[in-house]
Design a protein around this ligand. Structure first.
Ligand SMILES: Cc1cc2nc3c(=O)[nH]c(=O)nc-3n(C[C@H](O)[C@H](O)[C@H](O)COP(=O)(O)OP(=O)(O)OC[C@H]3O[C@@H](n4cnc5c(N)ncnc54)[C@H](O)[C@@H]3O)c2cc1C
Length: 460
């Protein structure tokens, strides 16, 4: 153990209520693991906090000793920001309390909650928080960066549904940020990521949703490009109730997929309708008829089933690498490039995820939150997903090559939660005209850049 970490540990030993895990502790190996196996770092100490005071003490001790600290909620940062080599991890996984106000349609949840924790609690009273699509993702990282998912066309991004934050800032003090208290910080926390402090509690709005209509199917052959073009032309006129995403990938070789599809390049479609069933059935049927859709299904499903159905596609411990960007409009040649890239796909579960934002999320003004400009509604996320370290180079190269080919047609901007750990140069691009304001707020709350393991906004 290095000297500085020994100092932090000694300080915490006298007043820490949670667990202090050092290498050699029976729980250390499990506790140090994060979702992306590409990021296998070994911190010198993990402080698993039991309450807000623990967080304050850990922040103060690390800041005083000058120790590098990583903040961890769900550990799903694509860039691996919630761990570090030889430093301190402030682990929030014990802080998963949630209280739901059924009548006021509000919830308060702890800074260590996973999306599944929130869905389970809010669905008990028929309410839902608009968040992401995989239930083992951490809510804190997702909400602070923005938060896209099945409900955001109807109810906005996750960060648009936050009414208040409580956080521990770099000097260890507890601060509240909402429309009335510290409004600048409130603005920055809605999209600015983990740059400003450790959020101990989120206060959010909920919406009545218990079930949805879900449609799915595969397009193959010439229909691959054709369906993406139809989707591109259709979505700008679609009602907010419809969220339709397409994933260009390889059909799985599983029993649930018919043998003639297995291993073939496909456009895998996922459609969700929230609202009137008859109208929804018509929309889904129409969208699934745009091509000769294979294995098409259309059915009602519970919100909890929807929120967990992709969990197995992105398990902990695989190797992941991603690059992402926005398009104001998607040209035929970019669509052709994406489809052609499937011919050289190195892993059968690599994919090009296409989403269309718009709707309620798209109507929030660029300056209203740090998340920024929502005027380029097409999001392309090139996601490498493989299992063996020996395949790292091939998968990373495939993602980088396709991204570089698409980049000239993208509009400036980036969603920080879909960026990798090697894209620090793109962070100003993510915030564009909001950058100066963010730097000022960062300088005020964290002048020494204590919170720097994130898509970083350095202080002046
Ligand atoms: C399988 C998977 C599915 C995903 N699906 C979606 C999706 O549907 N929609 C979407 O928008 N994004 C999605 N993402 C991206 C996701 O939003 C980011 O990876 C996000 O950072 C995950 O948050 P986390 O808390 O799990 O991450 P962590 O790795 O724990 O933290 C991420 C960042 O947030 C900081 N942080 C964590 N907790 C706090 C806190 N309490 N206070 C302050 N800072 C904190 C960390 O220091 C770090 O910089 C997905 C990611 C994965 C891996």
């Amino acid at each position: 153990m290095n000297e500085l970490i020994s100092e932090v540990r000694a300080t915490l030993l006298s007043n820490f209520h949670g667990d202090l895990l050092s290498p050699g502790h029976p729980d250390f190996e499990e506790a140090r693991r994060v979702w992306n196996a590409m990021v296998a770092r070994k911190p010198a100490l993990i402080a698993r906090c039991a309450d807000t005071t623990d967080i304050q003490n850990a922040v103060r001790a690390a800041a005083t000793a000058g120790v590098l600290a990583a903040i961890r909620c769900g550990g799903h940062s694509l860039g691996g920001f919630s761990t570090c080599e030889d430093g301190l991890v402030i682990d929030l996984s014990r802080l998963r309390d949630i209280s739901v106000d059924e009548h006021g349609k509000r919830a308060r949840f702890g800074g260590g909650c996973l999306l599944g924790t929130i869905d389970t609690a809010t669905q008990k009273v028929g309410l839902a928080f608009p968040s992401g699509v995989v239930s083992h993702t951490g809510a804190a990282g997702l909400v602070l960066g923005g938060g896209t998912g099945w409900l955001n066309r109807l109810h906005g991004l996750s960060c648009d549904n936050v009414e208040g934050f409580t956080l521990v800032v770099a000097d260890g003090s507890l601060v509240r940020a909402n429309a009335k208290q510290n409004p600048d910080l409130f603005w920055a926390l809605r999209g600015g990521g983990g740059n400003f402090g450790v959020v101990t509690e989120f206060e959010v709005r909920l919406h009545p949703v218990t079930s949805v209509l879900f449609g799915a199917g595969y397009c193959i052959g010439d229909d691959l490009a054709a369906i993406v073009r139809r989707w591109r032309d259709f979505m700008p006129h679609a009602p907010d109730n419809l969220r339709w995403g397409i994933s260009l990938t390889t059909a799985p070789s599983s029993a649930s997929v018919s043998p003639h599809l297995r291993g073939r390049p496909v456009a895998s479609q996922g459609l969700v309708w929230v609202g009137d069933r008859d109208e929804g059935n018509r929309y889904l049927h129409r969208a699934l008829s745009f091509c000769d859709c294979q294995a098409a299904t259309q059915r009602e499903m519970s919100f909890l089933e929807l929120q967990t159905m992709a969990d197995h596609e992105f398990p902990h411990g695989r190797r992941y690498y991603t690059k992402s960007g926005y398009f104001r409009s998607l040209g035929d040649s970019e669509i052709a490039r994406m489809v052609a890239a499937l011919e050289t796909i190195p892993s059968p579960v690599d994919q090009i995820e296409l989403a269309y934002l718009g709707g309620a999320a798209g109507r929030v003004g660029a300056s209203e939150t740090a998340f920024g400009d929502r005027g380029s509604p097409f999001i392309a996320n090139v996601l490498g997903n493989w299992s063996e370290a020996s395949d790292d180079a091939a998968n990373v190269a495939w993602v980088r090559k396709l991204f570089a080919d698409l980049r000239p047609a993208m509009t400036p901007g980036a969603y920080v939660n879909f960026m990798s750990g090697d894209e620090q140069d793109r962070v100003p691009e993510a915030y564009r005209e909001r950058w100066g304001r963010l730097v000022t707020i960062k300088t005020h709350y964290d002048p020494n850049n204590f919170f720097r393991l994130n898509q970083n906004i350095p202080p002046q």
